[in-house]
Design a protein around this ligand. Structure first.
Ligand code: DOR
Ligand code: ZN
Length: 363
């Protein structure tokens, strides 16, 4: 990593700006969707990240080696010209998942992890797991072969307050699961509470946590600022300010159990500005600009490379990327929406001028 005054070749010498050069980062949690949406959103993720773990919650979900292989090929075909972005695939766990299929896909590198959605917890999660105890044979096999489970940690009990769903899941489901499967590698995805931060820390290094850019910059009040803001609605829903501050502290702490996972989750404008708004924030355009701004504000730029480019690779047993990416402390305005077929997807922080921008990428 190199923090310094860098001459940006695209600007005049007089425009030299502070910059941060890091190993090329990876995004350990993305929703790329399929078809026209895939084609529209992939270039933004591919411009920022060298690799990405692709969520399997398509309709129907990615549950077999054949599904994952075909989906990976569609992603590769949708990459912009010249892109070297590498999609890392996942398998969607259901009540019917077979341990042998899980192991086969992992051995053949069709996927690197499995995604655990409690049934009904979020978008396209209705095929998810209804009984975590009954999932034991699958989790035991994953434990044996060293394959991580990526967990959407929210209770699906409708009587649980939406702002408590993560905490209840951690206490009632996650902690017992980690106890039952003491060697299982697990990622607690999109951590939103200080309690979950503590749980990740307490179980590291076999447990890691991803944190989204949006949960670092919005709290639950932001969703109601001046009216109801559907484009800030995602699951897990943003929590109160004290939790946001705990997340900022965690990611900038330098602890290797925290890593990028943007949870970029595009939905067309009509699905968000609707009577029943879909959950998901399209953060793929402004992810790194947001993360680096947080590290800058917290005085932790020297810790950004580990969070962005090293911790996740180490957890997943992969080499860090070879190339570099330079972030420039130069204001840039962000496009407000991305066209998708005849529709559009609203960009998180779209239309704003952000203090940081993406500079050069070296392969
Ligand atoms: O807000 C969310 N959107 N959270 C999820 O867990 C899923 C995602 C999606 O697929 O839209
Ligand atoms: Zn997600």
């Amino acid at each position: 990593m190199n923090i310094g005054e860098l001459f940006d070749a695209t600007a005049d010498a007089a425009d030299a700006v502070p910059s941060l050069t890091i190993r090329r980062p990876d995004d350990w949690h993305i929703h790329l969707r399929d078809g026209g949406m895939l084609k529209a959103v992939l270039p933004f993720t591919a411009a920022q990240f060298a690799r990405g773990i692709v969520m399997p919650n398509l309709v129907p979900p990615v549950t077999s080696v054949a599904d994952a292989t075909a989906y990976r090929e569609r992603i590769m075909a949708a990459r912009p010209d010249g892109s070297d972005f590498q999609p890392l695939m996942t398998c969607y766990l259901t009540d019917h998942t077979r341990p042998d299929e899980i192991e086969r896909g992992f051995a053949e590198r069709a996927w690197i992890a499995a995604k655990l959605y409690p049934a009904g917890a979020t978008t396209n999660a209705h095929h998810g797991v209804t009984d975590l105890v009954a999932l034991a044979p699958v989790l035991e096999r994953m434990e044996k072969i060293g394959m991580p489970v990526l967990i959407h940690g929210e209770s699906t009990d409708p009587s649980v307050d939406i702002f408590d769903r993560e905490e209840v899941f951690m206490e009632k489901s996650l902690l017992p699961l980690l106890k039952r499967h003491q060697g299982l590698k697990a990622v607690i995805e999109h951590v939103t509470t200080s309690g979950t931060v503590d749980i990740v820390r307490a179980h590291a290094p076999r447990v890691a946590g991803t944190v989204t850019p949006h949960h670092l910059v919005i709290n639950r009040t932001s969703i109601f600022q001046g009216g109801l803001r559907p484009h800030l609605y995602c699951l897990p829903v943003a929590k109160r300010e004290s939790h946001r501050l705990a997340l900022r502290k965690a990611v900038t702490s330098g602890e290797s159990c925290f890593m990028i996972g943007t949870d970029t989750a595009p939905h067309v404008r009509g699905a968000k500005e609707a009577e029943c708004c879909s959950a998901g924030i399209f953060g793929g355009v402004t992810a790194l600009q947001t993360y680096v701004q947080v590290f800058d504000e917290e005085g932790a730029l020297d810790r950004f490379e580990a969070f962005a480019s090293l911790n996740g690779a180490r957890f997943h047993g992969l080499e860090p990327n070879k190339g570099t990416l330079t972030l420039l402390k130069r204001p840039s305005s962000v496009l407000s929406a991305v066209p998708v077929d005849e529709k559009e997807v609203v960009v998180f922080r779209g239309g704003e001028v952000l203090p940081w921008s993406i500079g050069r990428v070296k392969a």
